[in-house]
Design a binder for this molecule. Structure first.
Ligand SMILES: Nc1ncnc2c1ncn2[C@@H]1O[C@H](COP(=O)(O)OP(=O)(O)O)[C@@H](O)[C@H]1O
Ligand SMILES: [Mg+2]
Length: 145
């Protein structure tokens, strides 16, 4: 496991950090995004998607109700999941995470993935986000290189 820490002080800073993190992550890869509601997980996904040219920031919204959003170009096949509303491993099983991982250039970013053992087992990385004072956010990125 490699590890890097970052701090941002604004939404713009977190969006920009998406570029740095996009360069660290090497598809095919599943990464868990952890942190409380409002930590900035979805904002970071916007930044990563924009950095990879997969989607413009405005088009990346929270998949809280739809569970999974998908963005694709020649560089990356990005899957953005939010498992906040799910409770059981049975609900996870039908999402087809393994199938997503077999897509060329798959990058699977999973909010609240740490709550499910099956997701933890598939993960090659984790980004933990923590809210500091005001708009400050601390990030810890861990990944298998
Ligand atoms: N540095 C920052 N990075 C990310 N979001 C921030 C930051 N400062 C304030 N915010 C606010 O925090 C919220 C983060 O929301 P969101 O990205 O949806 O979080 P999550 O997906 O973790 O619930 C937004 O309302 C955003 O405007
Ligand atoms: Mg979110």
């Amino acid at each position: 496991m490699r590890e890097k820490r970052f701090k941002t002080r604004s939404v713009e800073g977190t969006l920009a950090l998406g570029q740095t993190i996009a360069e660290i992550l090497r598809p095919p890869m599943l990464v868990i995004l952890r942190g409380e509601v409002g930590a900035g997980k979805t904002t970071l996904v916007k930044g990563i998607a924009a950095a990879l040219g997969a989607a413009v920031e405005e088009d990346v919204t929270s998949p809280t109700f739809t569970l999974v959003h998908e963005y694709k170009n020649e560089r990356v096949h990005l899957f953005h999941l939010d498992l906040y509303r799910l409770e059981t491993e049975e609900q996870i099983a039908v999402l087809g995470l393994e199938e997503m991982m077999t897509e060329p250039n798959a990058l699977v970013l999973v909010e609240w993935g740490e709550r499910f053992e099956s997701v933890v087992r598939l993960a090659q990385g984790e980004i933990a986000m923590e809210q500091g004072e005001g708009d400050d956010r601390m990030l810890q990125v861990k990944w298998v290189s």
